[in-house]
Design a protein around this ligand. Structure first.
Ligand code: SF4
Ligand code: SF4
Length: 82
């Protein structure tokens, strides 16, 4: 999963780009729900939020390292829940 750092300027551009609705406004800045972020696996070749962020504050979350297979499985689980 990816994460948003406190460099976030709340510009709102990433939130609508997420195919998994994983991005939401937290108490102060935007937040990514790691249970919903597939790093865009299943939808796109590149993480869409990371591409559009103007201040480059969406790195990989070191607490949530996942393999491509794990991300694909998460994508499939989210599809079933949808
Ligand atoms: Fe959403 Fe993709 Fe960003 Fe994860 S990497 S938060 S799935 S846009
Ligand atoms: Fe924050 Fe970047 Fe998302 Fe803008 S695109 S709300 S700066 S994380």
């Amino acid at each position: 999963a990816l994460m948003i750092t406190d460099d976030c300027i709340n510009c709102d551009v990433c939130e609508p780009e997420c195919p998994n609705d994983a991005i939401f406004m937290g108490p102060e800045i935007y937040v990514i729900d790691p249970n919903k972020c597939t790093e865009c696996v299943g939808h796109y070749n590149e993480p869409q939020c990371k591409q559009v962020c103007p201040v480059n504050c969406i790195p990989f979350n070191p607490e949530w390292k996942e393999s491509k297979a794990e991300l694909q499985a998460k994508y499939e689980r989210l599809q079933e829940e949808a």
